[in-house]
Design a protein around this ligand. Structure first.
Ligand SMILES: [Zn+2]
Ligand SMILES: [Zn+2]
Length: 224
């Protein structure tokens, strides 16, 4: 381990990062406290990574019949199909994530001095092993950062590719950055509230808190 202490690299610090950016751009003070890592990811983000990892096999197995295949099949019907184009981007994504997960199992077994995996190896068996040893993996400095971030990224890519990430919810209220109304969205499967106008983003969990904090001190009609 190095002497360096980490701020959690997870979505829990997006609100703080955004407040920092606003502070540098406008001078508005950042009253938030960043979440420290324990030792790298905070406990909440470790839970999120665990959930994303556990969801991965189901999402990977749902990929085969998704939209991407239909698209690829349509493209294949053109008279001069690109000979280098993948016949199925969905299968490519499935293979890529399955290979990565198995490679992480192999690397972790080597690192922890466990015997190599035996028997029929699937994404389910790799995920079962990895979730069983998640704490030492995420605490590995600095590899734990990349491991957790890749799981979160893969999860998002899978949600998009399977169509689960398509729904957009409108968040009422005013952007805390550009002050426009009606521009805030939350994408299904994402932990972020994003402003369509200025691109600012916040952790969903913290947005309500920030919005309330920002409105304090301003006279409101509700005030008795
Ligand atoms: Zn965190
Ligand atoms: Zn905005």
């Amino acid at each position: 381990m190095s002497d360096e202490t980490y701020l959690c690299p997870g979505p829990c610090n997006r609100a703080w990062e955004t407040a920092e950016r606003i502070h540098h751009e406008t001078g508005q003070p950042n009253n938030l406290t960043p979440n420290p890592g324990r030792p790298i990811w905070c406990p909440n983000c470790q839970d999120t990574i665990n959930t994303h990892l556990l969801n991965t096999p189901k999402l990977v197995n749902n990929l085969g019949h998704g939209k991407l295949n239909t698209l690829a099949a349509d493209l294949g019907r053109t008279s001069h199909p690109d000979p280098h184009a993948s016949p199925s981007p969905a299968h490519d994504l499935r293979d890529e994530i399955t290979r990565w997960t198995k490679r992480m199992e192999d690397e972790t077994r080597t690192h922890l001095g466990h015997p190599p995996a035996t028997g029929r190896r699937t994404i389910n068996s790799a995920v079962a092993y990895l979730t069983g040893h998640l704490t030492p993996i995420l605490n590995r400095d600095p590899d734990g950062i990349d491991f957790g971030a890749t799981i979160n990224t893969n999860h998002r890519r899978l949600l998009t590719a399977t169509g689960y990430g398509q729904l957009t919810h409108r968040i009422p209220g005013q952007c805390l950055h550009c002050n426009r109304r009606g521009t805030l969205n939350r994408q299904n499967g994402e932990d972020l509230v994003k402003c369509r106008h200025c691109g600012a983003s916040w952790d969903y969990e913290h947005y309500g808190f920030l919005a309330r904090a920002a409105s304090q001190g301003k006279p409101t009609k509700e005030t008795a």
